[in-house]
Design a protein around this ligand. Structure first.
Ligand code: AMP
Length: 146
């Protein structure tokens, strides 16, 4: 089943559209939901999944996405609260086995974890990379001026 998973992505913005394009290209069945129809213009010509225009906090929209069949739900909106709500509904009501959510606030990671939701925190990832870049610059040899 490696590349034939049924994946529902919430949010088709800067992150969700990239994921949708890539996961669709890899052979997965992808449904991408966004409340703003213009967001779908970010999808590539090769995207072979479904676009669903609607608010993912509405159960009817998630039903239309056939969420109960999904192997994965990925919540990528810009709002932690929306991602938390959709992820919880996916776990508890639609029994989606693997639920991933973008969470900007590192303090909220624990809340998600206790609800069985895996999180990716762009703030923490950026923090680590900035720190690494600064430390690397410190330790790289300086050019000697003559
Ligand atoms: P970005 O921050 O660029 O990754 O974009 C986030 C996307 O999530 C935008 O295209 C929003 O329209 C979309 N979005 C935000 N809230 C919802 C929602 N409740 N349901 C569906 N899409 C949403």
């Amino acid at each position: 089943m490696k590349n034939n998973r049924y994946i529902v992505i919430v949010g088709c913005g800067r992150l969700g559209s990239f994921l949708a394009n890539q996961l669709s290209l890899a052979g997965n069945s992808v449904v991408v939901i966004d409340k703003n129809e213009l967001a779908f213009s970010e999808l590539s010509a090769d995207f072979s999944g479904f676009r669903l225009n609607g608010d993912a906090t509405q159960i009817a929209v998630l039903k239309e996405a056939k969420l109960s069949r999904a192997n994965f739900l990925i919540a990528t909106t810009q709002q932690d609260n929306v991602n938390l709500m959709v992820a919880q509904v996916a776990r508890k009501i639609f029994n989606v086995p693997k639920v991933l959510a973008r969470v900007f606030d590192p303090k909220r990671k624990d809340v998600f974890f206790h609800l069985g939701i895996e999180t990716i925190c762009p703030t923490s990832v950026a923090f680590d990379m900035f720190l690494q870049a600064v430390n690397k610059a410190d330790s790289s040899p300086q050019e000697v001026q003559s």
